[in-house]
Design a protein around this ligand. Structure first.
Ligand code: PLP
Length: 497
């Protein structure tokens, strides 16, 4: 098989050492650095000149200077975050020196200010927020309600419309299962798209097994849904349209307002999975006619294990709860809340508002730099709409290089391939397939995630490293050789096993 030949040949030298010395940059303008590593040097094959992260002494000097500058700054942030940061970015993880982190769609590093907010709940503030007969409960409940307000504020919702969950997976399951189950007597149809996160797709498939109909809409080759097709798919028995806000693989942003208008016109509930969009792109649930919306805290520098679902109150959206129990969270999500997580989430939500301007400008600038640098490599292409996108997610195909080989060659950078390579079969990404990429190109794709703490030096390093390694791997690639010789790859008949 074609891919096996390429993989077999494009073996990656084992001799390069991995090292990263500095992170992160807070958008308030203050820098912190983790400890410099003893082997913060990197060599790749014959490449001599990979400059960033190679000079341990310089990194140590810079770290000392930066910490000194931070500790003499009047910013209120400093005092509360320095100690948290030292712990938050521990070097000794047992996995060796840690790579540059560019996998922000998988998760984001916890903002030190979030960690500081959480700590008090593990010491003094341990009351159950649902205990309404004594001060322990009241004081925790007050914090939980403050967090709820902050979470609601990001999307212009009322705090009563926010139901805390364990994350976006639970939120999506609550909606995709709960709404159809509530309205099942008269409505048996759900509409979603082919490029949703697995938790939406699998929840929708589970509903097929319960006797519901599901329409999985196609997207165009930019990853966008067609509004006309959406409108035509709506039936008198459609109860729910679920279209994600920002795609986790290719960063494409769906036209939420327009979808909301269609749904409102047809009196169908509109749900959006905003795990990758919340706090990053503007969302106003009222202006956009969104009835239900899923959020995850760990995508916005908050703790893992907590999220929320927005459920509109006027007009009231009904859903059957998944959990049976004490009736917490307006009866929609029974179970004792986790106050440290909820408070951390609330602080992360407060910070995305406070830091919005700086975050947006920072991420846009680094994204443009990264995209320009990567697309300057021959035979590369950006996946997904170049206009309708969240800039912090850059997905690029490197033709004639296998994504997995490239990832293996990039162990000094934490990345994810475009392929859903969680299985031994290395199944290519269904999202890239949905936008018309063939297997080869889908396998040659890598997702780069930029966030609040990504530095310019990291982006420069990544562009330089990727350029050199793509060139190196292509030199090992028989396909690349054929292309250079002018052979049309489509004219080749590949033999099977
Ligand atoms: C678009 C999208 N939806 C849902 C999820 C699931 O979120 P959580 O990890 O909070 O369950 C993710 C996480 O990767 C995501 O990117």
């Amino acid at each position: 098989m074609l891919r096996q030949r390429v993989t077999g040949l494009a073996r990656v030298p084992r001799s390069f050492r991995v090292g990263v010395s500095n992170r992160p940059l807070l958008s308030s303008g203050i820098r912190w650095y983790s400890k410099p590593t003893s082997n913060a040097a990197l060599k790749f094959a014959d490449d001599a000149a990979l400059k960033t992260h190679t000079d341990t002494e310089a990194a140590a000097r810079e770290q000392t200077e930066t910490r000194a500058a931070a500790s003499s700054s009047p910013s209120e942030v400093i005092g509360s975050t320095t100690s948290a940061l030292q712990n938050a970015y521990a070097e000794n993880t047992g996995f060796g020196t840690r790579p540059i982190y560019l996998d922000m769609q998988a998760t984001t590093p916890t903002d030190p200010r979030v960690l500081d907010t959480m700590l008090k709940f593990y010491t003094g503030l341990y009351g159950n927020p649902h205990s309404n007969t004594h001060a322990y409960g009241w004081e925790t409940n007050k914090e939980v309600e403050g967090a709820r307000k902050n979470v609601a504020n990001v999307i212009n919702a009322d705090s009563k419309e926010i139901i805390f969950t364990s994350g976006a997976t639970e939120a999506n399951n609550m909606v995709l299962k709960g709404v159809p189950r509530f309205y099942k007597k008269s409505k048996k149809h759900i509409i979603t798209t082919r490029t949703e996160h697995k938790c939406v797709l699998e929840a929708a498939r589970a509903m097929l097994n319960e006797g519901f109909d599901v329409t999985f809409l196609n997207v165009n080759n930019e990853g966008l849904v067609n509004l006309k097709e959406l409108e035509e798919a709506i039936r008198p028995d459609t109860c729910l349209v679920s279209v994600m806000a920002v795609n986790n693989e290719i960063g494409v942003m769906q036209p939420l307002k327009e979808i909301g208008d269609v749904c409102k016109r047809h009196k169908v509930y509109f749900h959006t999975d905003a795990a990758q969009a919340y706090g990053k792109v503007p969302i106003d649930v009222n202006e956009m006619n969104i009835d239900l919306l899923s959020v995850s805290s760990h995508k916005i520098y908050g703790p893992k294990g907590v999220g929320a679902v927005f459920v509109r109150r006027r007009p009231r959206v009904r859903l059957e709860p998944i959990f049976s129990g004490g009736g917490q969270e307006r009866g929609l999500r029974s179970g004792t809340l986790a106050p440290p997580l909820v408070a951390g989430f609330g602080e992360a939500a407060r910070l995305v508002v406070q830091e919005n301007e700086a975050d947006v400008a920072h991420i846009k600038r680094l994204s443009e730099k990264l995209t320009r640098g990567l697309l300057a490599i021959p035979d590369t292409s950006l996946n997904g709409s170049p206009e309708h996108r969240y800039p912090g997610c850059v997905n690029v195909s490197f033709a004639y290089v296998e994504g997995e080989s490239l990832l293996m060659a990039m162990r000094d950078i934490a990345l994810s391939s475009g392929s859903a390579c969680t299985s031994a079969s290395l199944e290519p990404s269904y999202v890239l397939h949905a936008i018309g990429k063939d297997d080869a190109l889908a396998h040659s794709s890598i997702r780069f995630g930029i966030g609040r703490f990504t530095t310019e030096e990291e982006v420069e390093y990544v562009v330089d490293a990727i350029s050199k390694r793509v060139k190196f791997l292509r030199e090992l690639s028989p396909l690349w050789e054929m292309v250079q010789e002018g052979i049309d790859l489509n004219s080749i008949e590949w033999s099977g096993h």
